[in-house]
Design a protein around this ligand. Sequence first.
Ligand code: ADP
Ligand code: ZN
Ligand code: MG
Length: 483
Amino acid sequence: MTTYEAVIGLETHIQLNTNTKIFCSCKADSWGAEANSNVCPVCTGLPGVLPVFNAAVAEKGVILAHAMHADVQNVSIFDRKNYFYPDLPKGYQISQFFKPIALGGYLDVPIPAEGDNEAYSRKVGINRLHLEEDAGKSKHAYGKMQVDFNRCGVPLVEMVTEPDIRTAKEASQYLTRLRQLLRWLGISEADMEKGHLRCDANVSIREKGSNVLNTKTEIKNVNSIAAVEEAIVKEIARQIKLAEKGEEVRPWTLEWDDDAGELRKMRSKETAADYRYFQEPDLLEVKLSDKEIANMLKDFPEMPLERCQRFEAEYELPTYDAEVLTADRVLSEYFETAIKAYGGDAKKVSNWVMNDISRMMNDEGISAEQLKLTPQGLADMLKMLDEKKINQSTAKSVLRKVQESGKTPEQVVKEEGLGLVSDDSAIRTVCEKLIADNPKEVESYRAGKDSLIGWFVGQVMREMRGKADPGVAREVLQELLQG
Ligand code: ADP
Ligand code: ZN
Ligand code: MG
């Protein structure tokens, strides 16, 4: 029996988070706005208007290209891609075809271990990145087609991979890493549900070990990373079934129906010739000197994977911790600032960030930017813990109180009297009274029931509403009980 493998290439459309659209001064993001409320003569293509290129789009495109190790071009050109569809009022889309902004590159995608399969890394080649404008949106309602032009002219980067992806899982991991990277770089919200990140998947199969590229299909209209994975799994299965029956795969464009969880044939594939591409006469070339490119990249950050590996090495953190902490750039910076301010055990800081702080962020629905507890505040709180000025459960409640009040941990502890009493005499008074009131327990303890010390410490803690230093309480009790 033949063993097959899948060959997959992804075309992603990434919405850049610039303030304005790519060729006019309409706002770029109009998520949730009333239909056709964010348009002008340029983005709706009225006759006689001229597009003006938004330089911020080039800058974000260059940053993305650099992150993908692509070769940024000193000269790129806009072309018209001609086709008719009601959501495209100009009758063409301004895109790049002959000379895109960047060529080549790759993304290293870690694939986690699963079942018997060990973890590995898939290097996904990038063919090209080009800049383009988005088209509008259309839908059918009440037996009519309705169009909304708000999205016309929204800046996109289209990024096309080489057919290097072999499984549905690799495809979803590629998208997960890409989404992380886009947010890390601050160039896109990268929210698939909002269409900020869209993905078409090209799928074919071949005999395992062969190098041929067989006829592929293209899957469109997938709105989540999980759906991309599911759609690819189904398409691979469909193609293998065809092959086993001796039938051919036709070069179809398939549409994913998320509600039904199935693929439908949309149309037969267009070819480049159908679009009659030609250079956009109303726009200049995009010229970027090496110096301008370098300037756009001057604040380019450390990348998530590098930071993850550095955290493991520099702070001796488990891989799992380093991955969680670097899933989000702000969180990774939060951790690193806190550990520098604290100067103690990095694992302790990591535990607090990954457990209590993350839990609080989840409960309150806030992101790392919205934390009122500053990294310095966390460091101060950990020092109070180390110095036994507060105990573990107080620290947990202080976290939330800081978030509610915006006060520092010290202020909260002081104002609410949450500090631990390690003052011997106060604890001693409580212990003496406890011993006097409980002659039976004292007798059992003295007769050899050592474990009762825990009960005594517990009583002291209760009496002092958790604020006694349990270590001090134990020592004092032992001394008095020996008596
Ligand atoms: P087309 O001209 O049909 O749009 P492209 O060469 O532009 O094809 O490639 C589009 C995407 O399809 C790319 O991501 C590419 O890697 C992928 N691709 C190309 N050939 C195949 C194939 N035989 N099987 C799967 N994916 C492929
Ligand atoms: Zn406009
Ligand atoms: Mg193509």
